[in-house]
Design a protein around this ligand. Structure first.
Ligand SMILES: [Zn+2]
Length: 382
């Protein structure tokens, strides 16, 4: 048996404890908006990391939940493990839908996205310590509290930590249905297009008005046409609104637009097109606000090499992992965009993130923790 195989065996022997750990933290509900609940969870996770011998700090935040930063080893560089403890589920969800186990799956709000990943991170460290193969290189586990709302209170910290490490492992959920790792993510943009026309009485002075909704209709067609499936770019007018009453020529109308791009060139093309929209109707003006809030995580050779190392570790342990990517963003977008090799989707296998059927495949917990432990050991000689 190799050391990596021993790690997997030890974790499988402790699957029951891993599940209990996951249930304990899923039952501490933690929507992004509930700071007191997040702070309680942060304190509990800080204790967990302390018990594993980490040097732990809890970083206070005013507007968001506190952040946990746990470190093992003091060398420069090393690996950053990225997790978030916030979920999209309101307090009280658990009373409606308690945690349940069925057919080898654990159902629970936030279990897949991404408390399973937190358990995997902590138990990977446990295994490395248990088998006395914790690498010399530094490992930092960062657990943030506002990923689901755009990471405004954590982005600067995430970026600084990423730059201080050699590699970033993101413990976001694996890609369903087969638990693929993510080597790319699209950049995510958010724009608001506001049209101003001129109000008038729809009956008495129709010709004096300039209809902002009519103008917006032209613009919606133009915006939708920016989608380019060949380039994997999508542009979605997701919400529109305008006007006040049917007997008033509307002065205002606006659209809320979601943009997803694979690379900086497409980001630039879309940004230029949106900011240069020209009105069709004389007398209207268009104002465009917004931009990318997460840059694309581009599939670079360094990221592919990380994936290949993961595939080798998995093969040594007797299972396979596939490579994938997604249009959804994560904090891995920030770290990859800084040029720090980032492998994402190393969290639990399962399905239903942000959905009622959210669940984790229980058998994936020891496998994924072992995979991560193997990656961290490999780093020692890197
Ligand atoms: Zn997540």
């Amino acid at each position: 048996m190799t050391d990596n195989q021993r790690i997997l065996a030890a974790l499988r022997d402790h699957q029951h404890e891993m599940v209990a750990h996951l249930i304990r933290i899923v039952e501490m509900e933690s929507p992004t908006t509930a700071k007191p609940a997040l702070d309680r969870l942060a304190a509990a996770l800080a204790d967990d990391a302390c018990r594993l011998g980490a040097d732990v700090s809890v970083l206070a935040r005013q507007e968001a939940g506190d952040i946990v930063c746990a470190r093992w080893g003091a060398s420069p560089g090393g690996a950053l493990l990225l997790c978030h403890m916030d979920t999209v589920w309101d307090l009280g969800t658990l009373a409606e839908r308690p945690v349940r186990i069925e057919d080898g799956r654990l159902y629970g709000a936030g279990a897949f996205d991404m408390k399973g990943g937190i358990v995997i991170g902590l138990w990977a460290i446990w295994a490395l310590r248990e088998l006395a193969c914790l690498p010399d290189r530094r490992i930092t586990l960062l657990i943030t509290s506002d990923e689901e709302t755009g990471s405004h209170a954590s982005r600067a910290l995430i970026e600084a930590e990423a730059l201080a490490h050699d590699v970033v492992f993101v413990l976001e959920p694996a890609q369903p249905p087969h638990g693929a790792l993510k080597t790319w993510r699209k950049g995510v943009g958010d724009y608001r297009v506001t049209v101003t026309g001129r109000a008038a009485h729809a009956g008495a002075a129709h010709e004096e008005g300039v209809n902002a909704i009519e103008e917006l209709a032209h613009q919606v067609i133009a915006i939708q046409a920016l989608t380019d499936y060949a380039a994997d770019t999508t542009v979605n007018v997701g919400v529109i609104a305008g006007g006040t009453r049917s007997n008033v020529v509307p002065e205002q109308a606006w659209a809320h637009v979601d943009v997803r791009v694979m690379n900086a060139a497409e980001e630039a093309r879309i940004n230029a097109a949106l900011t240069q929209l020209q009105p069709k109707l004389p007398g209207t003006t268009i104002r465009v606000a917004g931009g990318l809030n997460r840059p694309p995580m581009v599939r670079t050779p360094a990221i592919v090499a990380l994936f290949q190392r993961a595939a080798e570790v998995a093969a040594e342990m007797g299972f396979t992992v596939q490579e994938s990517g997604t249009g959804g963003g994560s904090d891995g977008n920030f770290t990859a965009a800084l040029g720090v090799p980032t492998l994402d989707g190393l969290g639990a296998t399962g399905d239903g993130g942000h959905a009622l059927h959210e669940h984790v495949i229980i058998a994936s917990l020891p496998e994924r923790a072992a995979l991560l432990a193997g990656l961290l050991r490999g780093m020692a000689g890197a």
